[in-house]
Design a protein around this ligand. Structure first.
Ligand code: ATP
Ligand code: MG
Length: 141
């Protein structure tokens, strides 16, 4: 799957606001195909592990609190150069800096509550896909 798939999460702010359908539609219009999807509420242990790279950052506790605050929607998406294509589609971390038409410009409230996650490398995309989906769920034709 290297190169053509990435992992996204519609975060609790956007999911709770009923924006999941609009975000999925936007991503499909940009050429992404959904290869796996689920709806779940992360435990503190899961959110902490998922964002472990940020453990020492001052916003880590707030990030874990936010990501566990309600249901979210992890998905594996497929497209050529999926990681960079999805980073382009979601926009900058801070919606105030996000380009017009991006998911974060349209749906994010703030740098912390920013609607959507996207993997930042092919290696992390594979690791994150396996974090949310069983091996059997990742065996597509
Ligand atoms: P993500 O990993 O969720 O796709 P990102 O790659 O754009 O976001 P990161 O630097 O990896 O940004 O930060 C992870 C998440 O931590 C951000 O999406 C945001 O929710 C939160 N975050 C980052 N910086 C801040 C900050 N200064 N204040 C509050 N929350 C922050
Ligand atoms: Mg990141």
């Amino acid at each position: 799957m290297a190169g053509n798939t990435t992992l996204t999460i519609i975060k609790p702010d956007a999911f709770g606001a009923g924006k999941a359908g609009k975000i999925v539609a936007l991503l499909e219009e940009k050429g992404f195909t959904i290869k796996a999807a689920r709806v779940m509420q992360l435990t503190k242990a899961q959110a902490g592990e998922f964002y472990a790279i940020h453990r020492e950052r001052p916003f880590y506790a707030e990030l874990v609190q936010f990501m566990t605050s309600g249901p979210c929607m992890p998905m594996v998406l497929e497209k050529a150069s999926a990681v960079s294509a999805l980073r382009d589609a979601i926009g900058a971390t801070d919606p105030a800096e996000a380009a017009a038409g991006t998911v974060r410009k349209l749906y994010a409230e703030s740098k912390g509550r920013n609607a959507i996650h996207a993997s930042d490398s092919d290696e992390n995309a594979q690791r994150e896909a396996r974090f949310f989906f069983a091996e059997t769920e990742l065996l597509w034709g």
